[in-house]
Design a protein around this ligand. Sequence first.
Ligand SMILES: Cc1cc2nc3c(=O)[nH]c(=O)nc-3n(C[C@H](O)[C@H](O)[C@H](O)COP(=O)(O)OP(=O)(O)OC[C@H]3O[C@@H](n4cnc5c(N)ncnc54)[C@H](O)[C@@H]3O)c2cc1C
Length: 556
Amino acid sequence: MGIDRKELRWNGWGWRDFENPLEGREEAWVWMADQLGMPTLMATPGKRFEDLSPPPNQLTPSALHDIAAIVGETQLRTDNFERAFHARGQSYKDLLALRDGDLGSAPDAIVYPRSADEILRLMELAAQAGFSIVPFGGGSSVVGGVTPDKTDQRPVITLDLTEMDDLLQVDETSGTATAQAGIYGPQLEHALQVQGVTLGHYPQSFEFSTLGGWIAARGAGQQSNRYGKAEEWLVSARVATPSGLWSTESFPASAAGPNLNQMVSGSEGAFGVVVDATFRVRKTPDEQEFRGYMFPTFEAGAEAIRQINQADVPSAMLRLSDSDETFFFQSFGKIGEKESFSDALADRYLKFRGMGERPCLMIAGVEGAAPDVARSKHDIGNTVGAHGGISLGSGPGASWYGSRFASPYLRDPMMDHGLGVDTLETAASWSHIRALYVAVKEALSGAMRETAPRPGAHGLVMGHISHSYEDGASLYFTYVFPRALDDELGQWRKIKSAASDAINENGGTISHHHGVGADHAKWADREKGEIGMAILRAVKKEIDPGNLLNPGKWLG
Ligand SMILES: Cc1cc2nc3c(=O)[nH]c(=O)nc-3n(C[C@H](O)[C@H](O)[C@H](O)COP(=O)(O)OP(=O)(O)OC[C@H]3O[C@@H](n4cnc5c(N)ncnc54)[C@H](O)[C@@H]3O)c2cc1C
């Protein structure tokens, strides 16, 4: 059932015993320092768990007794490891705090409910006894979505939903399935695929995130061009709220007023706890292929993606890296190696084909029945060619596919070496994409330079188009910078604010798929406007009058 929390890192990504992919690769740190204008990188190991202790537990013995009476002793945890594990999510800001030994946000108790009824009874108790509740799936939020708000004076219980993890039904006739919300990605896909169907939702956090978290944060998987975002594949949900159990409508389409599923996806634990959900599934594809293409410029690649979408050519993924990202990943993988003859040849071939010094790599994925896959590949190839791009064959695609969940494991070793690593994402219509891309890159670069720990040091910004639509696309940025150790939080805040303001001012949304949480609340407020926010706050007040659920997040 679920994943034993002790198998996971409490202050970093993934399995506790996962081997450091950069172990012993000193040349990688020398290269990184050089790229960032630093003479050398600093050693910044995180504090040891044994040396830390969470703040005193605010729940009285009688409150703990009442909780245990609802869920049973085994489902209630108050030990230091569970409190530390649930103190925060996985954002850069979260990791700064955890690695610094700051467990100030640890919940007072963690409860692993097993049914909707238990959750409803816990909500009743919370209303009477005066504590708040944070719903928690995999805890992979990167926007402060699962961090208890300690400005709220009440004790906090975190509801860890990962023991509610059954696939309940597959309705082959309708092409839908129903599962409990706490099911992890791999477990859900396995259970579906043995029945011949797939949800096809593969975020990079797939291994450690849950169905409920995907819905609550309006997530997007890497193959969302084919399978859709969470709000698109969600059919209906059962949501436990302080006002009772809310079941949303489950029609393929309806004109009976606004579709309330749209209120559930994106609710980020503030309107209720998703207990289980029905979602659209597809037959597992007969064929799947990911291929690499190279473009001379980012603009040429972006234009090709726009045309592929607007010509209705089916794709599962069109992921276009800018030249900095292409360069970084190609170079990083080969640091310390001598250039091989075949690499040199490939380089010369690319230059001969007009790719210039800093070309841009696109990985295109197509899935489905064999003839459809062949047709899409052909149409994509033609559009790429018409925009000056060339095919690199299936090698780069297979390599990307094989390591698509691996790069988050690089972050912990990088943080051990005085580096900050953060990501952000946005989306905009095609007519705004170019200006948005430039503005965010400039804002990030400027803020990283301004907050660098020494003159001449700077950050690296890598961008890519991650998801695309007929009318626009999502842009994703990864940025790496030398940390200003005397004010790390201030540095994070300046960089984040500069980029978020640039997004707000250049036609982008503050989030395409990470959600709002605490970190994006200010910008989401601006985006939705006064009337929009008033509507959402009125819903919250109606459904959760005591503000029990995830206080202090996207609704303020
Ligand atoms: C390395 C890494 C890569 C990532 N890649 C992607 C990506 O490719 N695509 C993407 O979309 N996101 C990505 N994310 C962000 C994150 O994984 C997603 O937001 C994911 O949907 C969160 O799922 P979770 O189960 O971990 O939810 P949590 O982090 O536990 O919770 C997220 C929010 O949902 C609420 N919540 C959780 N479960 C429920 C429930 N059952 N009912 C009500 N509210 C609930 C929480 O209170 C919180 O507000 C990534 C994160 C990391 C760290």
